[in-house]
Design a binder for this molecule. Structure first.
Ligand code: PMM
Length: 298
């Protein structure tokens, strides 16, 4: 997987990158309301950058199951000043949006990556915008807006179907003028995937099959429901998402070791440690075990 060419204009650190989340929303699944105020969102973005986020992902629309859409004006009001100020302070910012117009304003304000959970399906203008700006673009697997996505979570073979649907979306972006090098692919954990059907685990366990599409992979497992289910108590009661950060670190470690390009996480510090440890492990695994000539190993 690590042989794919990383998207241009983003950090290339020879290890899995960490994308830290700033949801400027009142209602996101795990951190809704905490960073809703502009200045608190900016402070949080700076904090997570200092804690080791290589990219800070700023979003103004919740995608939690059942969420209703916000207006374009409201999304712009939430996102633009946060993107502008973080970028001004030297943070690498991505914008988490399904709207081309929001992406356009955010790129103008300094965003260096467009993260679209709809993979270009929610807004037909997105592909042209991404082609025009030349910005790297996260194309996520998606089957519909939050209110409808669980009705569409039916698969005979989730890995093959997600891979084929991602390939179709890639082809259509490229047809609209997007360069293949701009694209990052994401299996969309939790989006039209059922926690009780192991869809998410199958996708994680088969990342190399998604990597055959030839583009870097982003994994967004942080605090998602399927982790809570895996850690259910003796009565089958799922673990609360707020208690799933250690599980997220475990996924990060495994995903990084298997060559994921980036993980999207809420608790940045521990995940930043995990990708660094995975990188050391990998370096040692590919290096010769004999000491270089002329050196004594203590
Ligand atoms: N998940 C959420 C939001 N944005 N973006 C990408 N690329 N991949 C994801 O898995 C993803 C995303 C939902 O999580 P949150 O509401 O806890 O931020």
């Amino acid at each position: 997987m690590s042989s794919t060419i990383p998207p241009p204009g983003l950090p290339n650190l020879g290890r899995c990158l960490v994308m830290g989340v700033v949801n400027v929303t009142p209602d996101s699944f795990s951190d809704g309301g905490r960073w809703f105020d502009t200045s608190r969102a900016i402070d949080h973005g700076l904090e997570i950058a200092a804690a080791g986020a290589d990219i800070v992902d700023v979003g103004g629309e919740s995608t939690r199951p059942g969420a209703q859409r916000v207006s374009l004006e409201e999304e712009l009001r939430r996102v633009e000043p946060v993107v502008a100020e973080l970028s001004r302070q030297g943070v690498v910012v991505s914008v988490d949006t399904m709207r081309a117009e929001v992406a356009d304003h955010a790129v103008e304000a300094g965003a260096r990556l467009v993260n679209d959970v709809s993979g270009g399906l929610a807004d037909p203008a997105m592909a042209r915008l991404v082609a025009k700006t030349g910005t790297p673009y996260v194309l996520m697997h998606w089957r519909g807006h939050s209110h409808a996505m669980y009705n569409r979570a039916h698969y005979d073979d989730v890995v093959t179907e997600v891979r084929d649907e991602l390939r179709k979306r890639m082809d259509s972006m490229i047809e609209a003028g997007v360069e293949p090098e701009q694209l990052v692919l994401d299996p969309g954990l939790g989006f039209a995937k059922r926690a009780d059907m192991s869809h998410n685990w199958q996708l994680l366990a088969h990342l190399p099959e998604l990597a055959t599409l030839g583009r870097p992979l982003l994994v967004g497992a942080s605090r998602k429901r399927f982790l809570g289910r895996a850690l259910a108590d003796a009565n089958g009661q799922p673990r609360d998402f707020a208690e799933c950060d250690d599980a997220t670190v475990a996924v990060t470690t495994l995903a990084a070791e298997r060559g994921a390009w980036c993980v999207r996480v809420h608790d940045v510090r521990a995940n930043a440690d995990a990708v660094r440890i995975a990188a050391e492990w990998h370096r040692a695994a590919v290096a010769p075990t004999s000491a270089p000539a002329g050196q004594d190993s203590p």
